[in-house]
Design a protein around this ligand. Structure first.
Ligand SMILES: [Mn+2]
Length: 265
């Protein structure tokens, strides 16, 4: 990744020993970018060009793409997303990306092209002054046993290696078929099965010793409170999916989380 550009004269440099980091942090997920939804792609290009500034950190918590067939993809969508993120990273925006259940094939080559860093499925970082766990969210949906089984298969390095041996054309066909079948399966499942499991949330918070969690995936934007066994209350912020002309991006100004409306102006 490119190192950040020097601080502007108006910004306040962190004093030695303080935990203040320059810049703000942005959290988005579930953009589901695809060439069939040109307005959402345009909204994304507008967002990365206009909202995160030099020294800001942009976290994309999975499902950036509706499907990702491999880092060698040379289709228009792949080229436009690479360019948008690369341009932001060259401005000094630090970009961090987690894999979702749609773009689990994203790898280091794509990250290099975007000037981004690939994060693990669980990542703890300070947000609004609290240690916070960032996840896509699919791992919290443990009631959906079939999905968790499929997830283990898709995340298997051998499965991915074999997939990448296929031509781009063949992978495009497979991805189109998967998107169609996934929609059909999802339509049949109950809403409860596809939401997070509350016990899994508590277990995950305790395992990572945090009382704040930000994730997407469920497309049920909300701020949930969870009572922890030690008496504290944890906050779980669920990010919204992106729509054609507007989305809410969450921003950490160092003190608190703010919901920022992003629209195509
Ligand atoms: Mn998802």
């Amino acid at each position: 990744m490119k190192s950040s550009t020097p601080l502007s004269p108006t910004s306040c440099p962190a004093q030695s020993g303080s935990l203040i980091i320059p810049g703000r942090q942005w959290f988005v997920s579930d953009l589901h970018l695809s060439i069939e939804r040109p307005a959402t792609l345009e909204l994304f290009e507008h967002f990365v060009a206009e909202h995160p500034q030099t020294d800001d950190r942009l976290f994309i918590l999975g499902d950036l793409f509706d499907a990702w067939i491999g880092d060698d993809d040379d289709a228009e969508l792949a080229m436009r997303v690479r360019k948008a993120l690369r341009t932001a990273s060259e401005r000094g925006v630090r970009i961090f990306i987690q894999r979702g259940n749609r773009d689990f094939m994203m790898g280091k080559r794509l990250m290099r092209a975007c000037g981004a860093m690939l994060l693990p499925d669980h990542f703890v970082t300070p947000v609004a002054g609290r240690p916070t766990l960032l996840m896509h969210g699919d791992l919290l949906c443990t009631d959906d046993v079939d999905y968790q089984k499929a997830r283990r298969r898709f995340r298997n390095p051998l499965f991915q290696w074999l997939m990448l041996l296929k031509s781009l054309e063949e992978r495009r066909r497979i991805a189109a078929d998967y998107r169609k079948r996934s929609g059909e399966i999802t339509a049949k499942k109950s809403a409860e099965i596809m939401d997070v499991n509350a016990d899994t949330v508590i277990r995950t918070l305790r395992h990572h010793r945090v009382d704040q969690l930000i994730h997407g995936h469920t497309h049920r934007p909300a701020e949930h409170q969870h009572a922890l066994p030690d008496g504290r209350t944890a906050l779980r912020l669920v990010l919204p999916e992106w729509h054609e002309n507007a989305v809410v991006a969450w921003q950490d100004d160092g003190k608190k989380l703010n919901a920022i409306n992003v629209t195509l102006s």
